[in-house]
Design a protein around this ligand. Structure first.
Ligand SMILES: NC(=O)c1ccc[n+]([C@@H]2O[C@H](COP(=O)([O-])OP(=O)(O)OC[C@H]3O[C@@H](n4cnc5c(N)ncnc54)[C@H](O)[C@@H]3O)[C@@H](O)[C@H]2O)c1
Length: 261
C-alpha cells in the first residue's frame, strides 16, 4: 500500500518553521505543489531558497493570518497560479497564556485570532475552490491541550478546543462535496513555540513521565499523519480528531510501566 499525493496542490499555513515547515517539506517530497502562508519574511526567504535548491514547485506568500484581506489575496493568488487547491493544512498557531487573573485580553484575543479565526477564514476562502475540484482535504491543528489542558493555558486550550467543533461542522457541511475535514492533536514536540528543549532536566523528566511512548514527539510524526489523512487512503475518515501525543495520559501514571519494564 502506498500513499499517492503527486500532482496535488496544498496550502500550509505558518510553514516557516517548526511542525509546519516539516509538513510542507514532506508534502513537497511526495510530489505535492506546496503554497506556504507565513508572516515572517525572513522565514519566507528561507523557505524559498530551500524550495529553489530542491527544485520543488511552490509559492511562498507573506500573509498575516489575523487579517482577512491578507488571507483573501493570498488564496486568490494561489488559485490564479494553479487553478486548484486540494489540501489545506491550518497549522499556524501561537501558545501564549497566563493564569486567569494574569491573562490580558490581548493575549486571549491573539490566541483566538490565529489558532481559531484564521482557520475559519482560510477554510472559507478555500472551500469554494475545493468544491469546484470535487475533492478536498482540510486538516486543522488542534492540540493535546484540547483533550487535557494545562494550568495557565485557558486562552490556548479554549482556542484549540474550538477547532474540534469547527472541524466537525465543516466535515458535515463539506462532505457532500467529497471534502474531508479532520483535526489532529499533537502532544509534546519541542519547537521554538514551547521551548521544551530548554526546560530543566527535572521538568523534562516530569513531562516525559506522562507518555506511554516515553520520548518527545517529532514534527515528522505529524507530517506522516498529514500525508495519510491527505491521501485517498483516508477517504472514509472525517470530522474527527487524531491524538498524536505518544499516548499522553492514555493511562494514569504511564511511568510505572517503564519503572517495572
Ligand atoms: N509543538 C507542539 O508540541 C505542539 C503541540 C500541540 C499543538 N501544536 C500546534 O501545532 C502548530 C505548529 O506549532 P509549532 O510548535 O510548530 O509552532 P511554531 O511557533 O514553531 O510555528 C508557528 C508558525 O506560525 C507562524 N505564524 C504565527 N502567527 C502567524 C500569523 N499571524 N500569520 C502567519 N503566520 C503566523 C509563525 O511565524 C511560525 O512560522 C500550532 O498550531 C500549535 O498550536 C504544537
Amino acid at each position: 500500500m502506498q500513499i499517492e499525493l503527486s500532482g496535488k496542490v496544498a496550502i500550509v499555513t505558518g510553514a516557516g518553521r517548526g511542525i509546519g515547515r516539516i509538513i510542507a517539506r514532506t508534502l513537497a517530497r511526495e510530489g505535492v505543489t506546496v503554497a506556504t502562508l507565513e508572516l515572517r519574511t525572513e522565514l519566507l526567504e528561507d523557505l524559498a531558497s530551500e524550495w529553489n535548491a530542491e527544485g520543488w514547485p511552490g509559492l511562498h506568500l507573506q500573509c498575516d493570518l489575523t487579517k482577512s484581506e491578507s488571507i483573501k489575496s493570498a488564496i486568490a493568488a494561489i488559485d490564479a497560479e494553479y487553478g486548484r487547491i486540494d489540501i489545506l493544512v491550518n497549522n499556524a498557531g501561537i501558545a501564549n497564556g497566563g493564569r486567569i487573573e494574569d491573562l490580558p485580553e490581548a493575549i486571549w484575543d491573539a490566541n483566538f485570532a490565529i489558532n481559531t479565526k484564521a482557520a475559519y477564514l482560510v477554510a472559507q476562502a478555500v472551500a469554494p475552490i475545493m468544491k469546484r475540484g470535487k475533492w478536498g482535504r482540510i486538516l486543522n491543528a488542534a492540540s493535546y491541550a484540547a483533550i487535557t489542558p494545562s494550568i495557565g493555558s485557558a486562552a490556548y486550550a479554549a482556542s484549540k478546543a474550538a477547532i474540534v467543533s469547527f472541524t466537525r461542522v465543516l466535515a458535515g457541511e463539506l462532505g457532500p462535496h467529497n471534502i474531508t475535514v479532520n483535526c489532529y492533536a499533537p502532544g509534546m514536540i519541542p519547537t521554538d513555540m514551547n521551548g521544551f528543549a530548554n526546560a530543566s532536566p527535572e521538568r523534562q523528566e516530569k513531562l516525559l513521565d506522562t507518555l506511554s511512548i516515553r520520548k518527545w514527539g517529532d514534527p515528522q510524526d505529524v507530517a506522516n499523519l498529514i500525508c495519510f489523512l491527505a491521501s485517498d487512503l483516508a477517504s472514509y475518515i472525517t470530522g474527527t480528531m487524531i491524538d498524536i501525543s505518544g499516548g499522553k495520559y492514555a493511562t494514569q501514571m504511564p511511568w510505572l510501566a517503564y519503572r517495572d519494564a
